[in-house]
Design a protein around this ligand. Sequence first.
Ligand SMILES: [Cu+2]
Length: 145
Amino acid sequence: MKKIITLINLLLLAPSAFAANVDVDDAFMRELIPGTQVTSAYMTISNNSDKDITLVSVSGNVSKRIEIHEHTMKGGMMQMGKLDSIIIKANDEVILQPHGLHLMVFNPSSPVKAGEQVELTLHFDNDQQTKVIIPVKGLKPAHNH
Ligand SMILES: [Cu+2]
């Protein structure tokens, strides 16, 4: 029943949008580094369908500008570049993680502190989209033991 309500909400909000057949796991946004206006977000996106799906953009409630980025090594230097999209192959997954693919979040409208939750919407080709609520994690991993 819950799933039906979610689908109806999605249709009411955006009549042309359809929920994408993907799962998002291990998602989090990094706390904003003090003194900067940029942070990043990571997740694993699994495509549960028999067709390739393309992530074309990401929007969120804390930023008007979120870009898909990748890190690459060039001449021994780590460089960061913007991607237009990410293809997630049929029944496969793509991992966004530190030092690899990531979402770059520019000029967040709030400080984005550890413990908060933020909302992201992943926009795929064919008007499909998936909304996720993800936690904000601190700059350093917690060492509690
Ligand atoms: Cu980046």
